[in-house]
Design a protein around this ligand. Structure first.
Ligand SMILES: Nc1ncnc2c1ncn2[C@@H]1O[C@H](COP(=O)(O)OP(=O)(O)OP(=O)(O)O)[C@@H](O)[C@H]1O
Length: 574
């Protein structure tokens, strides 16, 4: 854990300083406790001069303890700040370098949890956990040494009791850790079910509440409740075991001290003083169990962050190649998300500069995956994806992205103004260029409808706009960006006719680029320079133009017949 913290902090001098001062503070606190023995002894024996002397020494040690504790607290707070800044920096930096294909909803959810609760848990480790744990261990050790100096038999007994207490602590830890991870898993499941429950509300209400989704949520909440109860019971049992171990040690020390006093080898003042010391000796240890389980929770969060930070990135070339033109070529491309489950196999075709290729295939045939490979969301498992005669791995992610514009179904707008969202296509564009792109994509009518025109907020994720409006904003971005290659997922089937026509007109402004389109509109398919038909297992079934493929009477002709029968009206409107 400390190694991981040091890794986040870089040099970690603040952390090292805090640890060194915490060790000194723990020893000074132990010495303060030990000095109680001669002080009490002097007081009981009526040695006033001696008592003053010991009281002075005790005050000096206590003062030293307070000062070092204060400095180590300050360093602990500084380490907390450095840690949170370091973690946010590293996570932010990593997200910008992760393959886009891996930045999905699951990762977003994990990051939301880790950057809120997780970072705080880790940042407070030095000040609130490491330092108290050093005190909880260093102080009793110093006290044991002091006891040994006063009476070696009592000291030795206290020393031997330490492994017993450590055993009790470990047992507590094991019980809490196992139950805590079960509770964490049940909580994550319950949180997922609640989100799902909220998401499917429209469907649930439309179908008068299908019981299954409710059942799942009830089951997940029940499991969470059960694991929480088990965690509380386990934690209480663990604490009790530890407390019993502590009491046993005190009892043994009292019995031994009494026996030694009765035997005449220990005087009464020393016995009283040692008994006081025994109580102080176990006091810091009592905190260890609590601190230990908190430390484990923080260490789990840090491990999860490291998992994200250590996730593999796409290799980037030292010098990015330059594409010769706007052509696209796939050479025997194979891809799988998981080992041994290929999604695409043996895909080869080219898109000549300025032409349109329509991708057609059943749901799940890999059309979106293929488009994402071209934008380097992932690297191929085998074969090559080329842009302008260069492998995208030689172009690197940045150059690849410079050469493509993406207009996808699930357009995500960031919460900001309409204009800012369009400007994102080319941040350095002038206002005139932004307005021209917005006008071409017919976004100006959206601006006119919204209260604050171009400065209207679009809401988180663009939630204040309709699906078709979000798509037009995304087309405006693409027009502004003016990249030579357009990757488009049409999805106009999900739009109302007015929006569909607006999107369709907006897309005309993106003609002239090399276009690879997941085609849903029959008009796009029939007019495409080339149609690539995929099979349901991600292979190429046919490549050609509409007339040839219809004449072949193969899978494409079957697809065409099915579509025109199902949506004959759309031919009439196109
Ligand atoms: N991130 C992912 N991780 C694992 N498997 C995935 C992932 N994305 C897609 N798949 C799987 O890859 C296959 C192809 O999916 P893809 O979305 O590319 O198909 P598609 O032809 O675009 O489908 P649709 O027309 O329904 O959008 C499917 O079996 C899908 O379940």
């Amino acid at each position: 854990m400390i190694r991981d913290l040091r890794w986040v902090l870089g040099k970690g001098r603040t952390l090292d300083g805090m640890i060194a001062l915490a060790v000194v503070a723990a020893i000074l606190q132990g010495i303060t406790f030990v000095l109680l023995v001669p002080l009490l002894r002097a007081l009981i024996l009526g040695d006033i001069a001696g008592a003053w002397l010991w009281a002075g020494a005790l005050t000096a040690a206590a003062l030293g303890f307070a000062i070092t504790l204060w400095f180590s607290s300050v360093l602990g707070q500084k380490a907390a700040l450095d840690l949170s800044v370091g973690l946010y920096d590293r996570l932010g930096d990593k997200i910008s370098r992760l393959p886009l294909g891996t930045v999905d909803l699951a990762l977003t959810g994990r990051l939301a949890r880790l950057t809120s609760k997780g970072v705080m848990q880790v940042a407070t480790v030095p000040a609130h956990l490491v330092r108290p744990i050093i005190t909880a261990v260093g102080t009793p050790l110093t006290v044991v040494i002091g006891m040994t100096v006063i009476d070696w038999r009592i000291g030795l007994t206290a020393l031997i009791s330490l492994p017993l207490l450590a055993g009790g602590y470990l047992l507590t830890g094991t019980i809490v850790r196992n139950r805590d991870s079960k509770y964490a898993a049940a909580s994550a499941e319950a949180a997922g079910r609640i989100v799902e429950f909220a998401r499917v509300q429209p469907a649930l209400r439309a179908f008068r509440g299908s019981a299954s989704s409710n059942d799942e949520l009830t089951r997940a909440l029940g499991a969470q409740h059960k694991t929480y109860r088990s965690l509380l019971l386990g934690g209480a049992a663990g604490m009790s075991i530890f407390a019993v171990a502590v009491q046993a040690v005190i009892t043994v020390l009292v019995l031994l001290g009494t026996a030694l006093t009765l035997g005449g080898s220990l005087d009464v003042p020393a016995l009283v003083a040692l008994l006081v010391l025994s109580l102080r000796f176990v006091e810091p240890l009592m905190q260890v169990a609590d601190l230990g389980s908190a430390l484990r929770v923080s260490s789990n969060s840090l491990a999860e962050m490291r998992e994200i930070l250590d996730a593999p990135e796409l290799p980037e070339p030292t010098t990015a190649a330059v594409p010769a033109d706007a052509s696209v070529e796939l050479r025997d491309v194979g891809f799988s998300y998981r080992p041994d489950t290929p999604v695409l196999t043996g895909i080869s075709f080219s898109v000549a500069p300025g032409t349109t290729t329509a991708l057609v295939g059943p749901s799940g045939s890999g059309k979106s995956t293929l488009i994402k490979l071209l934008a380097r969301f992932h690297d191929v498992t085998s074969g090559q994806v080329m842009i302008g005669g260069q492998d995208v791995r030689e172009l690197g992610t940045a150059t690849t992205m410079e050469n493509v514009s993406l207009v996808f179904q699930d357009v995500y707008l960031f919460s900001g103004t309409l204009l800012d969202n369009i400007r994102m296509g080319r941040p350095e564009a002038s206002d005139e260029e932004v307005f021209a792109a917005a006008h071409a994509a017919e976004v100006d009518e959206i601006a006119a409808r919204l209260g604050d025109g171009w400065d209207s907020q679009v809401g988180e994720g663009g939630g204040l706009l309709s699906g078709g409006e979000r798509q037009r904003v995304s087309i405006a971005r693409a027009i502004l960006k003016d990249a030579p290659i357009l990757l488009l997922d049409e999805a106009t089937s999900a739009l109302d006719p007015v929006n569909e026509q607006a999107v369709s007109r907006a897309l005309h402004h993106l003609e002239g680029r090399s276009r690879l389109v997941i085609a849903h509109r029959l008009e796009t398919v029939v007019n495409a320079d080339q149609i690539v038909v995929l099979t349901d297992d991600g292979r190429i079934a046919e490549v050609g133009v509409h007339a040839t493929l219809m004449a072949n009477d193969g899978p494409y002709a079957a697809f065409w017949r099915a579509r025109t029968e199902a949506a004959g009206w759309s031919l009439a409107t196109s």
